[in-house]
Design a protein around this ligand. Structure first.
Ligand SMILES: Nc1ncnc2c1ncn2[C@@H]1O[C@H](COP(=O)(O)OP(=O)(O)OP(=O)(O)O)[C@@H](O)[C@H]1O
Ligand SMILES: [Mg+2]
Length: 367
């Protein structure tokens, strides 16, 4: 089967800025991909090149096996939700949704039914006669989504579809959006700079940095096996321990951290290594407890501070020698994890992602 979208060596420059730098990828038909990266890294530009609003300076774009590089946006059957989704303020919700259908010369008798079906899909039945200003932000965003989907595009491009919503609404709409995308069975690319959103919506994540796609994988691949410090840091909170390998054994290595911690880590080709340990993989126990089971790495430390995040807490622990480790713990009542308390930290070999220290080069500044 043809890939739904193929990018071959696409570059797009604006004056001296290379917004998209020799990017190649393919998206399978029916797949949902999340395009993730910091502000200014080129996400919107990639979407605009796919949709045909931006001509690449180099490379080719194919949709459904057809080279569309020279085609106009309306010749591509792509549904696009813009980053600053703008509903037409003078039109009703129903007219907004019908806009693309009319524009494409759909049979007039079929439009009302199609609009009703779209309203049902985004759970806004009964809202067709309202105007955008009579809707909440979340409802407006859903209308914009219905408008993007109304023409049954084989390819849906959504640019920050949940931006500008409060955290709770964002989470609710995220779940709805996932269901909607599954229901329409189209190919989709969702742009976001929020790693949680990318991991929950995308079957694969394309991680971008400075105009390039730097890592591609399933959410658990990119989170659990980041290739670089940039990828590890962008995907979530992490601890970095700089260390030197002292001995190699079958399948793992012993290393000593700069602050003097003795560690067991997965083997790595380099002697100078950076060890990434996610805060949720560190276990805290009483300072005088025996080494927790299965925790090859264990040491005593002292709680420096505790930040309450609701269901979880971030606990900063200082180890002898000065290394600080962030620990994520469920927020359980009465466990006495307060600043000043002596604790034992533990984490298994499998919780350590080792990278050669030579990967440490500071990530390029955002374009
Ligand atoms: N029309 C344009 N003219 C000049 N520079 C542009 C133009 N469009 C984008 N750029 C530049 O290209 C780079 C990539 O922009 P783009 O909008 O693709 O980033 P983005 O990843 O979508 O960022 P954000 O998360 O902030 O939306 C930025 O440096 C931006 O300033
Ligand atoms: Mg953008």
């Amino acid at each position: 089967m043809n890939n739904a979208v193929e990018f071959h060596g696409i570059s797009r420059r604006f004056g001296g800025v290379t917004a998209v730098d020799d990017v190649s990828f393919s998206i399978a038909a029916g797949e949902t991909v999340a395009l993730l990266g910091p502000s200014g890294c080129g996400k919107t530009t990639i979407l605009r090149v796919i949709a045909g609003f931006e001509r690449p300076d180099a490379g080719t774009v194919s949709i459904g096996g057809r080279n569309v590089t020279a085609l106009k946006p309306y010749e591509r059957n792509v549904g696009l939700l813009f980053q600053h989704y703008a509903l037409f303020p003078h039109m009703t919700v129903a007219e907004n949704i019908a806009y693309g259908l009319r524009h494409r010369g759909a049979d007039k008798r079929e439009i009302p039914d199609r609009v009703e079906a779209m309203l049902a899909l985004v759970r806004l039945q009964g809202f067709g006669a309202r105007r955008p200003h009579q809707l909440s932000g979340g409802q407006q965003q859903r209308v914009a989504l219905a408008r993007a989907l109304a023409t049954r595009p084989s390819l849906i491009l959504l640019d920050e579809p949940l931006s500008a919503l409060d955290a709770k609404l964002r989470q609710e709409l995220r779940a709805e959006l996932k269901q909607v995308l599954a229901a329409v069975n189209s190919t989709a690319m969702v742009v976001t700079h929020d790693q949680e959103e990318a991991m929950s919506l995308g079957e694969r994540v394309f991680l971008m940095q400075s105009g390039r796609i730097v890592q591609v994988g399933t959410p658990s691949d990119v989170y659990g096996r980041p290739d670089t410090r940039f990828a590890a840091d962008f995907m979530g909170r992490t601890n970095w321990i700089e260390a030197q390998v002292t001995r190699r054994e079958t399948g793992f290595a012993r290393a000593t951290s700069r602050s003097g911690l003795s560690l067991m880590v997965p083997d790595c080709s380099s002697d100078a290594i950076d060890i990434c340990v996610r805060p949720e993989n560190i276990v805290l126990s009483a300072a005088d407890a025996a080494d927790p089971d299965g925790m090859a790495n264990s040491a005593k430390g002292r709680i420096l501070n505790v930040a309450l995040l609701g269901a979880t807490r971030q606990i900063l622990v200082e180890m002898p020698g000065g290394q600080q480790l962030l620990v994520m713990q469920a927020n359980r009542v009465g466990d006495g994890l307060d600043p000043g308390k002596a604790v034992r930290i533990g984490f298994p070999v499998a919780a350590c992602i080792t990278m050669p220290a030579s990967n440490r080069a500071a990530p390029n500044a955002s374009i």
